[in-house]
Design a protein around this ligand. Sequence first.
Ligand code: HAM
Length: 410
Amino acid sequence: MLQRPRGTRDFLPEEMKQRREIEGILRERVERFGYGEVVTPTFEHLELFTMKSGEGIVQELYAFEDKGGRALALRPEVTAAVLRMYVNEARMLAKPLRWYYLTNCFRYERPQKGRYREFWQFGIEQIGADSPLADAEVIVVADDLLRGAGISFELHVGHLAPMKHLLGAVDGTEQRRVMACLDKRDFAGAKACLAEQGRDSLAEDLIALAGCRSLPEIFEISGPIPEQSRIEQMFQYLDASGVPYVVNFGIARGLDYYTGMVFEGFAENLGAENQVIGGGSYRLAHLFGGEDVPSCGFAIGFDRVMVARGGVPLEKPLTVGIVSLGRGRLQAFNAARAFRDAGIRTEVELAEKGIGAQLAHASRTADFVALIGEQEVERGTVTLKNLLSGEQRECLLAEAVLEVKAFGSR
Ligand code: HAM
């Protein structure tokens, strides 16, 4: 049997319905903040992703050459593409721009629970605002959306400045290696990197920084840094907004473009892959030929949100099953249309089976059955059976529609 590619998934109607419902909630909420939707291509020039991160990233990508010999890649994330689009199309628009997206991304990773090779991100990018208030807004939006999605989560908020300040004297490539270790909370790895550089004493400060949960103590460890008052202001805005958070200056973020505020969110029920959101402030536009524009954003791992929600049921819509026999079969679609026009989900029994088999099937999928047999055709009626209460009556089609509708709005 031919199977789907590793790390991809199929979605059946029941699951798609839940995904669309949560998607709808996220869209509605983000639009309330003034964000508008954007779409970028599924594939981009490979260069877009290697420019900042280097050639090493290629092994994590679905990169390929097209028939014209162009080096392309399926998008592993959306931020770079959105900033490329901003430089190409929107440099002249009034800023700040508030954009959002929901789209599939592709990473060549080792699949496991919550980690796929094709997955969906719901993200925002706020382009051209550079203030503590702008950073705080992004976190406020994140909190609003994740709450709307109905999951339990914890947001960890930090800033790269103290960590970078401590690592100031360490060479750029080594700095990245140490930050990658700290990001994974691999303190032994960070220690080993720093020891190689003869900077053992730094390790303790960095580990203390990662474990520290209070702002004044952070600045005690880092010593005076120019960003201090900006960082303090952002946290003041967050406190005033009422959004709960954990101070975490051990966050280094895996992607290479972050410059200031960084944050991540973790949810329950997810096992090892419990990070449902990641983001921060960054600069990318200048790499793509634009002016250096400060930006800030995040991406929610939509699939992880769905896993974290687990079985929290959504309201199931009322369903009518149309069962018909003999001349009644000619009426089936017309009757179904009357129910659907009234906003009621309706399925017509398609198998040309006897009444018993049709009813048995409808009882598994529907809440009401509308039966149209020879007798109903003669009298211009339907027989409506409420499968939840067992009540049954013969009435005009219009009356049946009204009855189901009234039942649904109880
Ligand atoms: P990221 O942390 O690489 O950030 O990804 C964001 C979220 O996507 C993660 O927190 C995770 O929930 C989800 N995710 C990542 N990889 C996978 C995977 N293989 N399977 C399922 N879910 C996954 C970014 O991508 C940045 N572009 C976020 C950003 C936007 N920063 C600024 N603006």
